[in-house]
Ligand binder design. Structure first.
Ligand SMILES: Cc1cc2nc3c(=O)[nH]c(=O)nc-3n(C[C@H](O)[C@H](O)[C@H](O)COP(=O)(O)O)c2cc1C
Length: 209
């Protein structure tokens, strides 16, 4: 990676902050939305099962429907698009979709696929593991989305402040998916409020507790 690219990436990480006021009425071009979703989909995941489903809410009426579910936080209505990041509680069902083409293309021996599928099915007997995996992996996609958006000139705000049960009901979310967070994406009208960070001493432990 060139020094230029390296410092551009670090700058994006430093510049990303949660923006709560957007240029209302802005419509994200379809090409930008597709780029954003494609970059998000490149996030890593356990066994590459891609434990996420992204509900793209860009219709103003749907955003208005979501507004009271998110306790009236107005960035919901003013952002260009809200992306509800859901975790897949049955991501084991993606194994065939993910590994099948790899075997077909000769990139993965069938025995490797069979062994991975057996490992996955074994682990997915346990609902707590399925839930942990759904949240862990969907959260990685969420972070990737926010970084990609910033690199593209957009701002975001991750949101846990909403009624997940009401969201499930209002947006017909099947039982397979667990709401993980909402992310507003749009053009900032007002910069994010400064949010400090704990020091490295406070957040790290050297080698072992
Ligand atoms: C899981 C999660 C849930 C959050 N929920 C909300 C929310 O409901 N409303 C809001 O305004 N900000 C929300 N935030 C934004 C945080 O307040 C913000 O990320 C934090 O203060 C750090 O600031 P920064 O993102 O600007 O660096 C949430 C952040 C995360 C990661």
């Amino acid at each position: 990676m060139s020094t230029q690219v390296q410092s551009a990436v670090l700058q994006v990480l430093e510049d990303r902050h949660s923006v709560k006021q957007y240029q209302a009425g802005h419509k994200m071009p379809q090409a930008d939305l597709e780029q954003l979703l494609t970059s998000t989909s490149q996030a890593p995941s356990s066994w590459n099962l891609q434990h996420w489903k992204l509900v793209v809410i860009d219709d103003q009426a749907q955003k208005e429907k979501l507004l009271p579910i998110a306790y009236g936080q107005k960035q919901i209505a003013e952002s260009s698009v809200v992306i509800a990041v859901l975790g897949d509680l049955e991501a084991n069902k993606n194994a065939e979709l993910v590994f099948g083409p790899a075997v077909e293309a000769g990139h993965m021996p069938k025995e490797v696929k069979d062994s991975l599928v057996a490992q996955i099915e074994n682990v997915y007997q346990y609902p707590q593991v399925a839930r942990d995996e759904a949240i862990r992996n969907a959260s990685l996609a969420a972070m990737q989305l926010m970084i990609a958006a910033k690199a593209m000139g957009y701002d975001t705000c991750p949101m846990g402040g909403y009624d997940a049960a009401k969201f499930v009901e209002a947006f017909n979310v099947p039982a397979r998916y667990l709401p993980v967070m909402l992310i507003t994406v749009g053009l900032a009208a007002t910069p994010a409020r400064a949010a400090g960070r704990l020091s490295l001493d406070q957040i790290t432990v050297s080698n072992t507790f």
